[in-house]
Structure formats: C-alpha cells, structure tokens
Design a protein around this ligand. Structure first.
Ligand SMILES: [Zn+2]
Length: 204
C-alpha cells in the first residue's frame, strides 16, 4: 500500500515523464505533416532554369503523352540515341521506345535516360515547346505511314499508356499523336508532320 506522500511523489514523477514524452510524441506525429505543408514546386516558365534539366524521380508535372513513329523500318534506343545526339538533341528525344522486332524485341518497351531522370524531351518542334517540356514522348519503331504497328506493339502501347495515365495523372484528351499537337502561339496550327503515321489509330 502507498502512503499518501509516496502516492503524491509517484504521481508527480509520472506527470513529469508525461510532460516530457507527450510533446515529443505529438511532434513526431505532426512531423510528416509539416513537410507536406511545404510549398509545392510550381513548374512555370519563370523558374524554367531551376527545373527544366533537374526534374527528380518524384517529378509529377507531366501533362501530355505524345505518340510518335520512327519512320524507319528498324530502330532501337541505342540507334535513336546516336542519331539524335548527332542532330544536336542532347540524346534520344523520347522517354520510351517500343520495339517492332527489328533492332529491339517486338513489343519490348524501353525507358530512356529522359524518363529515368524525369527530364523533358525533344520530340516535337520548337513551335510546340509546351509538349516537349510537359509531354512524355513514346516512339513506336516502324514506318506507320506504310504499315501498321505489330499486335505486340499495340498491346505494349496500351499497357504503357494505361500505366502512365494512372501513375502520372494524365487526362485522356491529353494523349495525342505528334501531328495533333498544336503550336504554343494559339494560332491553332498543328505540327507539320505525318507522325505517327496514318496506320496508327490514336483513338483506339
Ligand atoms: Zn513524331
């Protein structure tokens, strides 16, 4: 049995412990919310230099998916990387390449360094820069003006689009073929190209 004094002393020490532990506990609980409360980064033209080449793995600013064909019968990430580097694009223009069995496996999806580093592409013209900066570029190997993509390419493309739509929050109306991409200047002009070819039905 406690005496009255012992009991008081016991309660006092307990209160002291609580007064130390409780704030620590509350602070720990609240900590993740503090970091969430930090100002979200706004990706605008005003702070362009701060983010264009420096997007991180957690970058979630993608707004569009732009679909291309290579206009060549064969191709691979390696081949396009070499070609686009020579063209002065700073490496392969796209974020993803889907093979057709010539240079890459049929239906094989490969990420490029642009996706890994979450940096902007160079897959549309300077007239539509918005789509380079905020658009995920996907290239189907093949000349889809002349012959349709393979079944495996279609399946791979559909799966990739479905995945990107969910993980990156891309709206359906922002999934476009290269030739449907409009100029930035509000002239209503579209990219001067047949890409990704008449044999690919984007609506499908
Ligand atoms: Zn294109």
């Amino acid at each position: 049995m406690f005496t009255r004094i012992e009991y008081d002393r016991y309660m006092k020490s307990k209160r002291l412990l609580l007064s130390i532990l409780l704030p620590v506990y509350v602070y720990t609980l609240a900590l993740p919310n503090f970091s969430h409360g930090a100002e979200p980064i706004v990706y605008s033209w005003d702070n362009y230099d701060n983010w264009y080449y420096k997007k991180s793995v957690s970058y979630k600013g993608w707004k569009y998916i732009v679909i291309h064909h290579s206009a060549t019968s064969a191709g691979s990430v390696k081949a396009f990387h070499k070609f686009h580097t020579q063209q002065g694009y700073g490496g392969i223009a796209y974020h993803f390449v889907i093979g057709n069995g010539n240079g890459m496996k049929d239906g094989e999806v490969k990420e490029t360094f642009r996706w890994e580093q979450q940096i902007s592409g160079t897959h549309v013209s300077v007239n539509s820069w918005e789509y380079n900066v905020f658009g995920i570029g996907i290239c189907l190997v093949g000349n889809l003006e002349k012959s349709p993509p393979t079944k495996s390419q279609i399946t791979a493309l559909n799966n990739l689009i479905a995945r990107l739509k969910t993980t990156q929050n891309i709206r359906s109306q922002n999934i476009l073929g290269h030739r449907h991409v409009k100029y930035d200047d509000a002239s209503d002009k579209k990219e001067q190209t047949v890409c990704p070819g008449k044999k690919l039905d984007i609506d499908k």
